[in-house]
Design a protein around this ligand. Structure first.
Ligand code: NAI
Length: 291
């Protein structure tokens, strides 16, 4: 029975996962090295909860209960009573391994240590632990509170017990689980690479504009968001890094070749919605306009 949940990284994904676990009744500690990220996560959650109350989706008491289930903490030690931790920090193997080996010193022997990585090897992350059998991939999609699917990724070191408890917990949180093998991009991010990659190539070859490609994919392809809108939503830094990781992990298979356009966007800080500029411009209230 998972009661106490520690989330590492209070960005887009960590704050969404914290909301999911808190809504399901868990006691959540949300940790980040940056106090402004914690503050943003706290104020964003209040806004989201207020909107849900306004729309009649939850009542005030539920809003208060969910909010009081989350504590915002700035020391990894504060996660020591966790039954489950889910890491959602920068997509960098060395940084993740470093956090995992430090975290293991603070948590109990039975704590499951999970990563929300989109593309990195769970076996590699697990190798940083004394007890790698407690490590697993639990991969939510953005926005975590709304997206039903969660991929659960056992590595070759993961124990049956860790897998069973993780699957049960995520189902108890109201999500649909797909168990996938520990391979680059798992299921969804692998299938999605050509969606972004071909769109970027069509744009780079001057065949159509960003807005035209998005519009075609929405109106004819029936996608909810076009590829550029979606890359801006995910974050061009995160999306580029995932493509780079999948490309390298598949021994440089050209099907997954990253795009220079996206690399330059990430380098320039044109990260998409979260920085106010990407393939489109975003106003304070989230309105999108052609960049
Ligand atoms: P983000 O950039 O929004 O947030 C990352 C947070 O981690 C930041 O607040 C940063 O201050 C914090 N952080 C960085 N290093 C840290 C450390 N050593 N200790 C504690 N906190 C640290 O990133 P986002 O988008 O939330 O992605 C996080 C993870 O989730 C990545 O592994 C990414 O691949 C994965 N992911 C992202 C999705 C997306 O659509 N953005 C979807 C599914 C998975």
């Amino acid at each position: 029975m998972i009661k106490n949940v520690g989330i590492i990284g209070a960005g887009t994904m960590g704050s969404g996962i914290a909301q999911v676990a808190a809504t399901a009744g868990c006691s959540v500690k949300l940790y980040d090295t940056k106090t402004d990220a914690l503050e943003k996560a706290r104020t964003d959650l209040v806004k989201i909860m207020d909107r849900l109350v306004e729309k009649g989706k939850i009542i005030q008491e539920e809003k208060d209960r969910i909010q009081s289930n989350i504590q915002y903490v700035s020391s990894l030690k504060d996660l020591s009573n966790s039954d489950l931790t889910i890491e959602a920090i920068v997509e960098n193997l060395d940084i993740k391994k470093n956090v995992f080996s430090t975290l293991e010193k603070f948590v109990g022997a039975d704590c499951i240590i999970a990563s929300n990585t989109s593309s990195l090897s769970i076996a590699s992350i697990a190798s940083s632990l004394q007890k790698p059998e407690r490590c697993i991939g639990i991969h939510f999609f953005n926005p975590a509170p709304l997206m039903k699917l969660v991929e659960v990724i056992p590595s070759i070191q993961t124990s049956e017990e860790t897998l069973n408890i993780s699957v049960k917990t995520i189902k108890d949180w109201g999500k649909t689980v797909a168990v996938a093998k520990d391979t680059p991009g798992f299921i969804v991010n692998r299938v999605a690479r050509p969606f972004y990659g071909e769109a970027l190539r069509i744009y780079e070859e001057g065949i159509a504009s960003v807005a035209e490609i998005d519009s075609a994919m929405k109106e004819i392809g029936n996608f909810r968001m076009g590829p550029f809108e979606l890359m801006d939503f995910i974050g061009n830094d995160v999306n580029y890094t995932v493509t780079e990781t999948v490309f390298e992990a598949f021994y440089y298979d050209p099907r997954y070749k990253p795009s220079f356009t996206q690399k330059r966007f990430a380098e320039a800080g044109y990260l998409g919605r979260k920085s106010g500029k990407g393939y489109y411009n975003y106003s304070e209230n989230g309105q999108m306009s052609v960049g």
